[in-house]
Design a protein around this ligand. Structure first.
Ligand code: AMP
Length: 544
């Protein structure tokens, strides 16, 4: 027997309609590519998004068409998110930090019909456009009409929408329809596309806005530092629109000084980004002895958040840190570290140490850890295994991939293997110990590279650290620590090895330390271990 409730699909357009009607006066503030600050309200954003959607319809864009964006976090990118999905087309956000060949591959694989690009990316697209046969038009996200470019098929965004009617009844369609597409760039092979639906996005929005996740209310001022070209900025444009919170988009200026200046000027209360970005903010606050009195809470994820960073924000800057874990394949949030009553009762030091865990699942994601045979492992906070997930926000397959992705065998059937290795404690708090490809297997024991890296960066003279396995005749593999030290710091290999004593188990202390000027990163800011393994292939470890 069916229930007798209204059969209304969960559609992204409903978010902006709701914001217009109930929180229409809340602001969306953007720092643009030229540094100017643009400011308008949800109501105005909705009107312009309808104009934009009408422009798309007049260009003949059909449901299911993919439209690419290469853009920073600004109000025009926001309008593209909602306008494209609103008419049933698919907003395909492209990470401009990928290699040009990867961008060409992605645009061609997605068969993007239009590309929306910020001025910053004109030189890139001038070079690539001869290899992008499906792209019919390039829309430059600006109001300028006199841009000097060798592109012939371009139009400015403002020209595209000017004169378009802001009358539009958003169409209604199946909530399972695709809404956005984001490619994840693994370290090997071609990038793979994750195709979100209206339904998965809406379910993620409901759960990620909850108090035990982002905890966003209409009274918040939210700065999504995490780029809109990376998994829908962790869903923040949708979450803010649902709750009516003021949004502050930082544009391309992601350095500590620019971010602090904008957070202060706009009274930002909540922000989210990866540890590298927060490291820039932290050092700017420290160097300039600044305070951000309105900033209550920051969400740190995308890579493991070092204990030292949690302590610095909580103790020195009086900002609450929430550690979160997710991945492109999950919409993206999987877990959030927020406290149960028993954790509130812990002393401050124990609380801060506990925040190093990636946290407990958001409703809608189930997880378990398994051994190589797929047997479920205990939730004792010590045993680690491959982390599997499933739920309505988790992908079933990559875009256009035909071979089955989800695990077919009986024990793990229907689960997605995240590629992460983790522990889960009896309260359900998960802690990542490694990517499965990065674990170091030393004499039958597994060494967590994350634990060693976090310990290393807690040293005051270490800026960044990465650990890789190198071959060892007796132990199979031993950890090699690669370090970027602070400029002018006097720091030796021995100082660092000594620093580890008493902080990690003796057999986990790296065998050797190498100093480098820079550690390579992926397009999403994670340490590029494949490159480090290449660079240090055949490294002769001193204990060997
Ligand atoms: P991406 O799909 O690019 O967002 O990358 C997802 C991967 O980033 C995950 O599978 C983890 O390996 C890593 N990751 C994300 N958040 C965290 C975190 N808080 N701690 C450790 N690793 C993380």
């Amino acid at each position: 027997m069916h229930g007798q409730m209204m059969d209304m699909p969960l559609l992204i357009s409903s978010l902006l309609q709701h914001a217009d009607r109930y929180n229409g006066e809340s602001e969306i503030v953007s720092r643009l590519v030229d540094g100017k600050v643009h400011r308008y309200t949800y109501r105005e954003a909705h009107a312009r998004t309808r104009q934009f959607a009408n422009a798309l319809l007049n260009l003949g864009i059909m449901p299911g068409d993919r439209l690419g964006t290469l853009a920073w976090n600004t109000h025009r990118h926001y309008e593209a998110y909602f306008g494209i999905a609103g008419i049933g087309a698919i907003s395909h956000t492209i990470n401009p930090r990928l290699f040009p060949e990867q961008i060409t591959y992605i645009v061609n694989h997605a068969e993007d019909k239009l590309l929306f690009i910020d001025e910053t990316f004109i030189p890139l697209i001038e070079k690539l456009s001869p290899q992008l046969p499906t792209v019919e038009k390039i829309v430059i996200l600006t109001d300028k009409t006199d841009i000097k470019t060798s592109l012939t098929n371009w139009i400015s965004y403002e020209e595209l929408i000017s004169g378009q009617s802001d009358e539009l009844k958003w169409p209604t369609f199946d909530e399972q329809s695709a809404s956005s597409l984001c490619y994840t760039s693994g370290t090997t092979g071609n990038p793979k596309g994750v195709l979100y639906s209206h339904r998965s996005t809406m379910i993620h929005t409901y759960t990620a806005a909850m108090p035990d996740a982002f905890n966003i209310s209409v009274q918040d001022v939210v700065m999504p530092i995490v780029p809109m070209f990376h998994v829908n900025a962790w869903g923040l444009p949708y979450l803010c629109t649902m709750t009516g919170a003021k949004i502050v988009f930082p544009g391309p200026a992601m350095d500590g000084e620019s971010l602090c200046q904008l957070m202060k000027a706009e009274n930002v209360t909540l922000s989210a980004g990866v540890p590298t970005v927060w490291a820039g903010v932290e050092s700017h606050l420290k160097d300039k002895k600044l305070k951000l009195p309105n900033l209550k809470r920051i969400v740190i994820g995308g890579s493991a958040c070092p204990d030292s960073m949690i302590r610095s924000f909580e103790i020195d800057h009086d900002v609450e840190v929430a550690h979160a874990w997710g991945m492109t394949e999950l919409s993206p949030l999987g877990t959030f570290n927020t406290f149960k009553p028993k954790h509130v009762a812990l002393d401050r030091d124990a609380q801060l140490a506990f925040k190093g865990k990636q946290g407990k699942v958001l409703f809608g994601v189930e997880m378990k850890i398994v051994d190589d045979e797929g047997n479920e492992l205990p939730w004792d906070g010590k045993t680690f295994g491959d982390l599997l997930v499933r739920g309505p926000n988790v992908l079933t397959n990559y875009f256009k991939q035909t071979e089955p992705l989800l695990i077919p065998d009986t024990e793990k059937k229907g689960w997605f293997d995240t590629g992460d290795v983790a522990t889960i404690d009896p309260d359900g708090y998960m802690q990542i110990t490694d990517r499965s490809k990065d674990v170091i297997k030393s004499g039958g024991e597994w060494i967590s590279s994350i634990e060693i890296e976090n310990t290393a960066v807690s040293h005051k003279d270490i800026v960044e650290a990465a650990v890789i396995a190198v071959a060892h005749p007796k132990w199979d593999e031993r950890p090699l620590l690669i370090v970027v030290k602070k400029q002018d710091a006097i720091l030796s290999r021995e100082d660092i090895l000594e620093f580890f004593v008493g902080k990690v188990a003796k057999w986990c202390i790296p065998d050797d330390v190498v100093f480098v000027d820079e550690i390579p990163h992926t397009a999403t800011g994670k340490i590029l271990k494949t490159k480090l393994r290449e660079d240090f292939a055949g490294y002769n470890i001193s204990s060997a």
